[in-house]
Design a protein around this ligand. Structure first.
Ligand code: THU
Length: 133
């Protein structure tokens, strides 16, 4: 699985985003260590707080199916109809959820709609993350 394929899955998931309040559509594709892909989109709520980000949707789908080992996630996010959008870095809550299941070298692939992308590690995006020890 190369990153371009993972980004394609994230873009497809973005098309399924339910975001009538922000109009900000996000898709994610999470790659397990044995090569399976779980996609996710953001799902909003009229009362706002229950909104779930695309990254957490992908993680929760995978973990609830018994997956525990992950190697990478691709994320694509932009306003509906955007052309020139840039990348969508994961929010702090999603970074914390990633750190629950992944170690520091888990790869986070941030892509724009044209599939230009940059790869970060979780340790770069969440230095000194909280752990219960
Ligand atoms: N969102 C994500 O899906 N992932 C992120 O990492 C940042 C934000 C969603 C949540 C909400 O539906 C919309 O983007 C605007 O915040």
């Amino acid at each position: 699985m190369n990153y371009e394929e993972l980004i394609k899955k994230a873009k497809e998931a973005r098309e399924r985003a339910y975001a009538p309040y922000s109009d900000f559509l996000v898709g994610a594709a999470l790659l397990t260590e044995d090569g399976r892909i779980y996609s996710g989109c953001n799902i909003e709520s009229a009362s706002y707080t229950p909104t779930n980000c695309a990254e957490r949707t992908a993680f929760f789908k995978a973990v609830s199916e018994g997956e525990r080992s992950f190697s990478a996630i691709a994320v694509v996010g932009a306003k509906r109809g955007a052309k020139d959008c840039g990348i969508c870095p994961p929010c702090g809550v999603c970074r914390q959820v990633m750190s629950e299941f992944c170690d520091g070298d888990f790869k986070i692939v941030l892509a724009d709609l044209e599939c230009n992308y940059k790869v970060y590690s979780l340790s770069e995006l969440l230095p000194l993350g909280f752990e219960l020890k």
